[in-house]
Design a protein around this ligand. Structure first.
Ligand code: D5M
Ligand code: FE
Ligand code: ZN
Length: 481
């Protein structure tokens, strides 16, 4: 008998365990390097369950040989920008982009009762009526001075400046993002200026949400930053091993979603090379492949890019190009998608977006902060757009179609980027910010950003109950707000 096997058996026997002969047969065929860890984990789990026999079933479950076959792992990619990216050039492209944005959002609000009374901005400007009128448009300016807020709205017929006097409505106006779509109730003022009396956001209707029929779990991850000195390789590897462990939840995981910043990239910020352990994209992606390679084959892995990943920086981003690691692309359980993407997991619709726009929104919107990314996510849902502000830090490509409009209402909204794991609900949509697996970087420390890395968020897709696996020894009740 091999010495590793003797060691493993003695370890279990000394802990008071019996080993069934059928289990013994399986152990004989296990990679000796893995034996010790396997036996320790099974002993730990079964001690917790107070069952002191190791049988064939335990090993088959642990090794992923046998999982409940009725738990489905069906992935459908419902929307992916990768193949739609055209890059219209110059001004024409931006005109097309904004007109697509306007038209898509106008269609979204078209089933609201007010929209039957919608008029074009040009016709409202020449109207003589004293009645209230409804218009919609994209916000092209927002300013507050003395006790009023001014807004300029634009539609294809023209633009107008409206004034908000009402104090409560000024608060709503103050949270509008530049280039966001909004519907307004307006009336003619005394000196023929337009007064804005109400602001109506496209928002999310109350719809019943779809759940999985079987108890499959999805894991939400993002911002691994593999290749960075600060990537928490040990903790991440422990988490990946847990996915093959006999923990009953791990045995039901069928999906792993990675919401961008999979690698740290090369040349993303000045002097980045000093903070890298892998200096090329290829090396970094090879490491990704090796790390996620041991995830059981019945788990589908969906990989979306973020601002650190290769491809292009501007939104929408295509999937990480195959040329950097074709074998990762070709793995049977790996699905590469662009940013943003909508995927269906056993029928549950998940909208994935890396979250680049959060930076611009936090900077310009009162009441929003990096510590509460889910509040920013709610803002995006109300605006029905993933990155409204054009021409700030978040680069947006001049596409002919605006692929960042939230057309489909998802069941789960998955975002990363700000390195703070957080959960919330909005109109029945589960909001997940999946945090990060990178320790606080010197840059983040210098700007006072405190990440809570090393947390894997898991969702039971049958009932939307949420769990988390915490690999950060410094943090306890991390998801409490
Ligand atoms: O970004 C993680 C977070 O840190 C995200 O909120 C942006 C912020 N960040 C990172 N680098 C910069 C610079 N250079 N300026 C401003 N804000 C920054 P990540 O995408 O992981 O780098
Ligand atoms: Fe990141
Ligand atoms: Zn990022």
């Amino acid at each position: 008998m091999k010495k590793e096997l003797t060691f493993a058996l003695n370890y279990a026997l000394n802990k008071g365990f019996q080993i069934h002969p059928s289990a013994f047969k399986i152990l004989e065929n296990v990679d000796v390097k893995k034996l010790e860890r396997i036996i320790r984990e099974i002993v730990k789990e079964k001690t917790r369950q107070k069952l002191f026999q190791i049988n064939q079933d335990d090993l088959e479950t642990y090794l992923g040989i046998k999982d409940d076959p009725t738990i489905q792992n069906e992935v459908k990619v419902l929307s992916d920008p990768s193949d739609k990216i055209t890059s219209g050039e110059g001004v024409k492209g931006y005109n097309a982009l904004f007109s697509s944005r306007f038209n898509k959002l106008k269609r979204i609000v078209s089933d609201r009762p007010e929209s039957r009374m919608l008029k074009s901005i040009a016709s409202v400007k020449t109207a003589k009526s004293e009645d209230d009128m409804y218009v919609c448009g994209l916000v092209s300016l927002r300013s507050s001075e003395r006790n009023i807020t001014k807004l300029i709205l634009e539609d294809p017929s023209g633009s107008f400046e409206g004034i908000v006097f009402d104090e409560e409505l000024q608060k709503t106006a103050g949270t509008l993002l530049l280039d966001q779509f909004v519907m307004a109730r307006v009336s003619l003022g005394k000196n023929s200026g337009l007064i804005i009396k109400d602001l109506i956001l496209p928002d999310i209707p109350d719809l019943a949400k779809t759940k999985s029929e079987t108890e499959a779990y999805a894991v939400f991850l993002s911002d691994l930053h593999i290749g960075s000195k600060y990537f928490m390789e040990k903790e991440f590897s422990e988490f990946v091993s847990w996915l093959s462990s006999p923990d009953p939840i791990a045995r039901k995981v069928r999906f792993v979603l990675i919401g961008g910043d999979v690698v740290d990239g090369v040349g993303i910020y000045p002097n980045q090379n000093k903070e890298l352990t892998c200096q090329t994209i290829e090396e970094q992606l090879l490491k990704v492949e090796n790390l996620i390679g041991s995830i059981p084959k019945n788990v589908k892995i969906i990989i979306m890019p973020g601002n650190h990943d290769p491809g292009r920086r501007a939104l929408p981003q295509p999937a990480i190009p195959k040329k950097y690691n074709s074998s990762l692309w070709e793995r049977e359980n790996v699905i590469m998608v662009g940013n943003p993407a909508v995927v269906s997991l056993n029928g549950v619709k998940v909208m994935m977006f890396h979250g680049q726009s959060i930076d611009d929104i936090v900077k310009t919107t009162p009441g929003l902060s990096y510590d509460k990314p889910t509040n920013v996510m709610k803002h995006l849902l109300r605006a029905r757009h993933l990155s409204p502000i054009y021409g700030s830090q978040t680069p947006i490509a001049p596409e002919m179609e605006d692929l960042l409009v939230i057309e489909d209402v998802p069941d789960i909204f998955h975002v990363g980027h700000v390195h703070r794991a957080e959960l919330d609900m909005y109109k029945g949509i589960l909001l997940v910010n999946s945090g990060s697996w990178q320790k606080q970087t010197p840059f983040q420390a210098s700007v006072g950003m405190t990440p809570n890395p090393g947390i894997a968020i898991l969702v039971n897709l049958k009932n939307f109950k949420v769990f988390h696996e915490n690999y950060n020894s410094n943090l306890n009740n991390i998801l409490q707000s």
